[in-house]
Design a protein around this ligand. Structure first.
Ligand code: 1CP
Length: 350
């Protein structure tokens, strides 16, 4: 049976929608008791990511509870560095660690972009299984980190601080940094392309640490390599690439440049309180995740504020400004989903 084009795809194509599509970054995760139960069957998080069945189940869990408009592949941005030999470990309560962080130009020269089918086959298998499990209910989003965000973790060896080693590399060994980012731009384009070929209908790049850079540094060290990635997508996707969302955590400073980068939409964090009217790009965002620890009334008012904020953008995809916080009450996520669906109804659009 033919089905109408999904809301998310229509918004990304700037077509009219009868209500605002909605999904949540980190919608699969620790706030769900069924996720914690599934996670409990693996001692290491990396084993969980490497099991396509479990990854498929985790991606489907939030959709069994809420009428969300997209699923996101259950994986992590750090699978690329892991496949490049850095040795990824997740320490409980402390986040990711690499056994072999990059500290020398020599280590960087020895790196090669992983072949997705050979070295990240488990990600692609999770894409295929999840796409099948969805049975066209909603589109599937494939993702990677941006070259800069991946480089930051690889040089630092860990997250959760201001990445002093990564920023020192940019200042002190710019040629090595260029080589690393160039290798990562290729790796990111290859994995996004392979996910598209395996069935991902939308792609998202997380530039989670773009905000660490000044405007000038951002252009040189992040945007430039996003451009290279985007330019390679028609080749790595084997044809017209799916629509791409680029999420940047930087308070909206880089939006004008990103809007011209060839992406279909920009994802913005909760710091952006005003949408510049001259920006001609679809926007995704940006409810403050902290509101998921308030009450239904405040949440509903905040939803209205976000919908009004982006009413004049060429398209809006409702999301949080960052991921769902682990202590969130699943009942409040339901309030959020209902509120977005009700408040954004546009009965006249078809
Ligand atoms: O539904 C989903 O979104 C789950 C899939 C998913 C995604 C999209 C996971 C699983 N990770 C990611 C992206 C990701 N991973 C990003 C970009 C988004 C962001 O800015 O948060 C980043 C920076 C990472 C790296 C990472 N992985 C961190 C952050 C570390 C830091 O620097 O503070 C952490 C804690 C992880 C582990 C991880 N990845 C995913 C989950 C569910 C978890 C937590 C472990 C758990 O809850 O059991």
């Amino acid at each position: 049976m033919p089905h109408p084009e999904h809301l998310l795809l229509r918004s990304l194509a700037r077509q009219p929608v009868e209500r605002t599509p909605l999904w949540l970054m980190r919608q699969a995760g620790r706030y769900l008791p069924e996720y914690r139960a599934l996670r409990g069957s693996f001692s290491q998080l990396t084993e969980f990511f490497r099991s396509p069945q479990a990854a498929c189940e985790a991606a489907m869990q939030p959709l069994a509870r809420y009428p969300l408009d997209a699923a996101i592949v259950f994986s992590d941005i750090l699978t690329i560095p892991d496949a490049m030999g850095l040795g990824l470990k997740f320490l409980s309560g402390e986040g990711p660690r690499f056994e072999h962080p990059l500290r020398t130009a020599r280590q960087i020269r020895a790196l090669a972009p992983p072949d997705p089918e050979q070295e990240l086959g488990y990600v692609l298998e999770a894409v295929r299984m999840t796409r099948q499990a969805l049975a066209e209910r909603v589109p599937l989003i494939g993702f990677t980190g941006s070259p800069w965000t991946l480089a930051a973790y690889m040089v630092e060896g860990r997250g959760g601080n201001n990445f002093p080693h990564a920023r020192a590399l940019l200042r002190e060994q710019p040629q090595a940094a260029e080589q690393l980012l160039d290798t990562l731009a290729t790796a990111v384009a290859l994995l996004l392309g392979a996910q598209a070929q395996a069935g991902a209908q939308v792609l998202q790049i997380f530039d989670s640490w773009g905000g660490l850079l000044s405007d000038e540094e951002y252009r040189r060290w992040s945007l430039e390599y996003l451009h290279r990635t985007i330019a390679a997508l028609p080749t790595t996707c084997g044809g017209k690439p799916p629509p791409l969302i680029v999420f940047v955590r930087d308070g909206g400073r880089s939006l004008t440049q990103l809007a011209a980068s060839g992406c279909a939409a920009v994802g913005v964090d909760e710091q952006l309180s005003h949408w510049p009217p001259e920006l001609d790009i679809v926007v995704q965002g940006n409810l403050d995740p902290a509101l998921l620890s308030t009450d239904p009334k405040q949440l509903d008012i905040a939803v209205d504020t976000v919908l009004k904020r982006f009413a004049n953008a060429p398209g809006h995809i409702f999301n949080l400004g960052h991921g769902v916080p682990p202590p969130t009450d699943p009942a409040l996520v339901e309030v959020l989903v209902d509120s977005v669906r009700q408040r954004s109804q546009r009965p006249s659009a078809h």
